[in-house]
Design a binder for this molecule. Sequence first.
Ligand code: PLP
Length: 402
Amino acid sequence: MDGSTAPAPARPMARGRLFFANPGPTNIPDSVLLATARASIDFNDPAFMAVYDACFAGLKRVIKTEQNLFMYTASGHGAWEAALVNTLSPGDRVLIPETGHFSDSWTKMCGTLGFEVTPVPCDWRRGVEMSAIREALAADTAHGIKAVCCVHNETAAGMRLPLDQVRAMLDELKHPALLMADTISSLGCYDFRMDEWGVDVCVGGSQKGLMLPTGFSFTGVSDKALAAHRASTHPRHYFDWTEMLARKQKSFVGTVPVTLFYGLQEALRLLLEEEGLDNVFKRHNRLAKAVRACVQHWSGNNGPQLFCQNPERYSDSVTAVLMPEGFDAEAVRKIALEKFNVSTGGGLAKLSGKVFRIGHLGDLNEPMILGTLASIEMALGLAGVPHAKGGVQAAMDSLAKG
Ligand code: PLP
């Protein structure tokens, strides 16, 4: 074909793989993609129900529960909403420890849905103080707080929240509030134990650690939360657990996303059988440590630094990188994408332009991380951002330790 008539490629570097280091959606393994490339069948067909039942059981193994599970054709926002409208009643009070953009968004949703929010504010770089959560719960002697809504992994800040400590506080104070946990960007990346940690509603989504396309989300639900559901008077329809329990699939109001389940079955095989969850967590930890070593190295010469200033809260699924004052994160992201075919996440809300985010979750390995970091280091240089060269070597040294 005459090159002059060929359409321009979407990006100058359109050949080779896009190195996708966004914190969600994430890379989808080829075998998962292939599994979804199947014709639809009736979602009540026994052949599909066998796949469905295996996925139902497998997902419960991932969230580590023997209790209840409800699934939705919706992104994570849908599961957030389902958690709230199924268990609470209009005017109920919820406690939301601030973690960053996603705790703020869940707070906003609570307000829109008619719940009263008591926030526990924090410095986004250090994460919420556990003592501040404890104080808020201890002050609530009348038990007006009906739920504590926590974001396990704050994707905007690259920080985790110790959910087991929140459960320990509730127990110590004999506070009956439900513990809700958003595990959207931690599930399948680092450990989460719904039953052991006494989480009443676990909110999860498909497009991050589960390595699936976006559009499917779910809630693990404790028996206690299911009892709260029976007493809840909040209007709901699409997300109504009672409606779901009356159906053969015990989930979904409406059409079941059949092809996503073929993908989920394969993703669960990869996570639970081929690699094993503990190895998945170790791999995420290894890659996360390498990314942090690299960024810590770049911070020399007044370069970019880790946004998270609290090592106990470092996330193993995403690292937010704070630019030096006066330098635009978007310029670095643009160069990385357009020149090197490397996609990173942007800063959210008040971090827009100040932070870029390296997602290191899902279907990733060492060379993918090293290629990503090398390209970002080149982009920093081309954008004229001060930094200490050699971050990739620091990442290699970290990975070599195993
Ligand atoms: N919670 C967290 C921690 C997230 O990272 C996201 C999305 O990135 C959401 C909630 C919202 O989920 P969704 O975009 O799938 O609706």
